[in-house]
Design a protein around this ligand. Sequence first.
Ligand SMILES: NC(=O)c1ccc[n+]([C@@H]2O[C@H](COP(=O)([O-])OP(=O)(O)OC[C@H]3O[C@@H](n4cnc5c(N)ncnc54)[C@H](OP(=O)(O)O)[C@@H]3O)[C@@H](O)[C@H]2O)c1
Length: 440
Amino acid sequence: MREVGIGIAGFGTVGGGVLSILENHAPEIEARLGARIVVRRVAVRDPAKERAVSLRPALVTTRLDDLLEDPKVEVVVELIGGTGEAYDLVTGALSRGKHVVTANKALIAARGEAIFRLAVERGVDVYYEGAVCGGIPIIRTLREALASDRIQSLHGIVNGTTNYILTGMAERGEPLSRALAEAQRLGYAEADPTLDVSGGDAAQKLCILAQLAFGARLRPEEVLTEGILALEPQDFQWGRDFGYALKLLAIARRVERGEGEPPGLDQIEARVHPAFIPRDSLLAGVRGAFNAVLLRSEALGPSMLFGQGAGALPTGSAVVADIIDLSRNIVASSPGRVPLPPATPRVGLRAHAEIRCGYYLRFTVKDVPGVLARIATGLAQRRISIAAVQQREQADGGGAVPLVFVTHGAREADVKSAIAEIDRYDTTLAPTRLIRIESL
Ligand SMILES: NC(=O)c1ccc[n+]([C@@H]2O[C@H](COP(=O)([O-])OP(=O)(O)OC[C@H]3O[C@@H](n4cnc5c(N)ncnc54)[C@H](OP(=O)(O)O)[C@@H]3O)[C@@H](O)[C@H]2O)c1
């Protein structure tokens, strides 16, 4: 039987999952591939470390170059993480005509362009299914299953840590600090959760997905990104009253060019932020550390992928599926069978100020007559139309009360300018909380 030699760089959470799957599912893999995948080398930093999955000592090396220099390694599987050594390893492999599998979203989001260019030049492949949503085959779906279709929008819960935290806040009424501590205790959040709670991780993933779905070329810092740190339990309660669930969403959506706008590329909105969504929607039912991506495409209509977005075996399954696909290309002598995203963008980025959606605005105001009307006037002056208003509590003697407005679709710049004005009123006692509403 034909053998395909691979070298695995990194034997932590994902590396261990990859080897277990290769070993435990070997008969199925050989039957589906018609070839045998053979692990030639495994690179780690500390060979003496205790590991959850046992490793034959003869395979172990601490030199990443051993993977590059071994002619029997046809595929380099990069699972060390980071954008420095990982970049050198990946480009070193491609330069030598080796194929690459990686689960490294930071690397693809930050340096994908150079990596893809080199791969095309050398006639080799780069697969990266594990980089977004762990085990969920969203990248293969966009590259292959929906290759015939035109994607209109993508709404994803792509960060399990924040979804776990928000589920705790929604279901147990916990403040963010307690829900985060619980996520850390259970291993769903890192000791330093900044990249997750800031929305930065989701923005990296959105860049990768928007490239495949729309042909966008975005850097994470170009995505409108707001994390979950400012959310309070009362926002979940208000949202529930209006029929909403609150999720951190990664959103990319094709938008019409406005009348009078100069001709140019089609545009997309690209944003990551907490969003109210209908409580009976499929995405609202995605609880805990699970991930999901809802796509809308012209021919298929709505479709959704759901599953575990991280962990040894879920991510390992995506990485091994990539190794199998790449091995099929090698066996059939058809590298580049599924082309990498082209360097030239097919869409531009809509300015964030021009985004249109519904808004939840929680004002903190003095409980005196006329406040509601004054705010309504401030909104109406900017053509922001109000769908609902709620005021639950009353504070005697002009104390602070929350006053919640839900708007119909409005332009982001108009809403921001109305808030800036209303926050200057002497009856406004704290900065206004804005949460966007997605009808899905
Ligand atoms: N964990 C997940 O659920 C998940 C999900 C999706 C994507 N990913 C991505 O998968 C990648 C790996 O994540 P992970 O969670 O498996 O990380 P991890 O548990 O920290 O493992 C990293 C591994 O890389 C090895 N390593 C680091 N630098 C090295 C070097 N210079 N030379 C040789 N070995 C080196 C480490 O060796 P030692 O063991 O000796 O320290 C360790 O085995 C990351 O890009 C991550 O973003 C992870």
